[in-house]
Ligand binder design. Sequence first.
Ligand SMILES: *[C@@H]1O[C@H](CO)[C@@H](O)[C@H](O)[C@H]1NC(C)=O
Length: 228
Amino acid sequence: MRFVLSTALLFGQSVLAHYKWPALILDDVATPDYEYVRLNTNNINPIMDINSTDMRCNQGGLDSGPQTSTATVVAGDTIGFTLSNSISHIGPVVVYMAQAPGNPSDWDGSGEVFFKINEWGPDFSTGTIEWPQLGVMSYSFKVPPSVPDGYYLIRIEHIAVHNAANYGGCQFFIACGQVKVTGGGSGTPGPLVAFPGAYQSTDPGILFNDYYPPPTSYVIPGPPVWFE
Ligand SMILES: *[C@@H]1O[C@H](CO)[C@@H](O)[C@H](O)[C@H]1NC(C)=O
């Protein structure tokens, strides 16, 4: 009986061991939770409706801009996001930016405005698919050196594909930070995509079977990474 109970508890914990991205990392230091990242209302749970506006900045993320500060970052610098719990599902990490017309706190990020700046997929170097994302507690990436100065939403997501062989089974762990870029360049970021809209439930990286037959490739969802 005791064994059954503890098994149930363990199982419950593994189901609960999702994760969220609460803070920006600036100059290698984690900033306070939700100072520069928009607060979400679904705790550590994923978004699963690929057509929902929650795909943009997580649940609640379109309402929490006014309470969120905007961090100044220098183009070319490495910044990141913290995780509340380590990544416990297989799948890629993807980062986008979108230029706000003004104060990013007041902006909903609608329309075809997001460009991809970074992606981290699986490793096939051993001959089988492996996901080095498992266990990480943060993710860092470079702000593109030639991105124009201005205000941006910066959107990170982990796309969990452990159940993605089932239509609609993909899980999206999303957050939006608010940044002001200085020292930027004169690049023209693109391709620009909308959230929702950038992903379809049948995209090869979203309707995806990691198990059988063993995959020999993986197509990270969304447009190519922009770099100039
Ligand atoms: C999402 O929207 C697209 C385009 O309207 C539609 O084809 C698709 O069935 C929708 N997906 C879901 C899961 O509702």
